[in-house]
Design a protein around this ligand. Structure first.
Ligand code: UDX
Length: 488
């Protein structure tokens, strides 16, 4: 009795900390492509602001190209950056045309490494410095994150950085086979597709992901997505980068399979909103080769006079396609800011051959601060590959889109932009200079401004206090805290 009375404050605190459960510590494992990594870094920061510890796991390749992550997150003592091998040689291109090689290597090399790493990180005495990991957030297309977390008894929440409309289409793929709408082997891409609930009336073969055109049930891309159908619903929840007001009806369909949905987008803007209310700073772009000189160039251009052109982080084009885009842009008479990465051309190569554009109506960079570019008043439209992050960033800024989709969700995103949301034009499967010229002129007219402004307003409301995305983010943070207490 006497001993207890004499216990010092420090001893009491030490005892309490031994008795109280370790804090919630989430490990986030994004698909190792720039777009998904960008968007999950925003999620990581939102969770740090919400008081959680976060380990962000990237491949060595992503780490090498994004050296600013460390310094940006140094303000969050509960943030840790870890790396893992993707099993590919350093000089592997990791571009869209080698998509399946990335997945094969992740499955064969990264999965066993991940399992071992998670086992270590989730034990109590992990490195004696960090609290143990007690929840995983993994990209749903990396099915092994679900398998491994389940095996180790750790709560797992899936996330998808692709569009929810595409995810719903993936969930419906078996229906398309049952109805005989897939596979197809003739060339008529305008045949309507009728067996995706919520998309009757506007979906065509042309809008299905490009792997559906292969007409081959053994296509590895198709098999990859089919495997997701059984795995994602087994997770404890599903986080989507969208907002209720944009995709409400489709989200209701997804809830029939994954009832615990957290719709917390647009993530980049959600983070900026939280940062502006708490620290007055802005979210960061992490890629090293970002060229900010384009912002000064934009400052010198008239309002809404520039079309911004970017095909994201992994799409590759042939020289012929580049030439058609260039001629169409030049002939449209509009100013343009064009991102041509140093690996943007099939077989390697960047935009060196186009650099002289700097002196005329065009300006070319290897990588742009895209969020800032899209929010710039001189930008009046966006020629995009319809990657989901780019689409959301453009929607948020109210910039009409001219869509040239390449693969995965992009064929469907562009259909929604053109036909459902009326936020721009879908130029899929066309690529000649005359079409480009005509459509650039149309997108830069004021035809789409009303719908774009309206949707931008709804996007803003969703992330503000008590907006739909803001409520879902609060619920996510509370649920993770509750899950981790139960897990411990
Ligand atoms: C991929 C797929 O292509 C896409 O279909 C899927 O929806 C997500 O994963 P990616 O091709 O990189 O992503 O496109 P996107 O999703 O649009 O992401 C690109 C990201 O890079 C955006 O956040 C964009 O702001 C950023 N970016 C792009 C820059 O910051 N600067 C650039 O110059 C180009």
């Amino acid at each position: 009795m006497k001993a207890i009375e004499e216990e010092t404050d420090t001893e009491m605190e030490q005892k309490e900390s031994r008795l109280s459960p370790p804090p919630p510590h989430v490990l986030i494992f994004p698909l190792p492509l720039q777009g998904p990594v960008n968007s999950l870094l925003k999620l990581a920061e939102l969770l740090c602001i919400g008081g959680l510890h976060v380990t962000f796991l990237v491949t060595d390749h992503i780490n090498r190209r994004n050296s600013k992550i460390h310094s940006h997150f140094s303000r969050y003592p509960g943030f840790y950056l870890d790396t893992i091998s993707d099993g590919l040689p350093e000089d592997h291109p990791r571009t869209a045309d080698t998509f399946m090689e990335i997945f094969d290597s992740l499955e064969n090399t990264t999965k066993p490494l991940f399992k071992e790493m998670l086992r270590r990180k989730s034990t109590d005495d992990y490195e004696h410095v960090r609290p143990p990991v007690n929840c995983v957030i993994g990209d749903g297309i990396l099915g092994f994150t679900i398998e491994v977390a389940r095996e180790l008894g750790i709560p797992i929440i899936c996330t998808r950085t692709i569009s929810p409309c595409f995810l719903w289409l993936v969930f419906c793929l078996p229906k398309l086979f049952e109805a005989g709408e897939l596979p197809f082997d003739d060339d008529d891409l305008d045949v309507p597709i009728k067996s995706v609930p919520g998309m009757e009336g506007f979906l065509r073969r042309r809008d299905l992901p490009s792997f559906c055109r292969a007409g081959d049930l053994t296509d590895p891309n198709l098999r990859l997505y089919l495997s997701e159908i059984n795995l994602s619903p087994r997770a404890d929840g599903l986080i989507l980068n969208s907002f209720e007001e944009l995709e409400g009806p489709l989200l209701s369909h997804i809830r029939t399979l994954c009832p615990n949905l957290y719709t917390i987008g647009p993530l980049h803007a959600h983070l900026n909103y939280k940062l502006s209310t708490e620290t007055s700073s802005r979210s960061s772009n992490f890629r090293d080769e970002e060229d900010r000189s384009c912002l000064s160039w934009l400052n010198a251009q008239p309002e809404k006079s520039v079309i911004y052109v970017s095909f994201g982080s992994i799409v590759v084009l042939t020289i012929e396609q580049m030439t058609e885009f260039r001629q169409g842009l030049v002939n449209s008479g509009h100013r343009f800011l064009w991102v041509i990465r140093d690996d943007a051309i099939t077989g390697g190569g960047g935009g060196g051959w186009l650099r002289e554009e700097k002196s005329s109506r065009g300006y070319i960079v290897g990588w742009a601060p895209q969020e800032e570019v899209l929010s710039h008043p001189s930008v009046g439209g966006f020629l995009t590959h319809s990657g989901w992050n780019s689409t959301l960033e453009s929607i948020y800024e109210g910039k009409p889109m001219l869509c040239w989709p390449y693969f995965v969700d992009q064929q469907l995103n562009s259909r929604f932009v053109g036909e459902v949301w009326k936020l721009g034009l879908d130029m899929k499967d066309t690529r000649d200079r005359f079409q480009v010229e005509k459509m650039v002129r149309e997108i830069m007219s004021d035809k789409f401004n009303r719908c774009s402004d309206q949707m931008a307003r709804l996007a803003r409301q969703s992330i503000e206090e008590d907006g739909s995305s803001s409520r879902d983010l609060n619920r996510l943070i509370q649920d993770i805290k509750a899950m981790t207490i139960n897990h411990n």
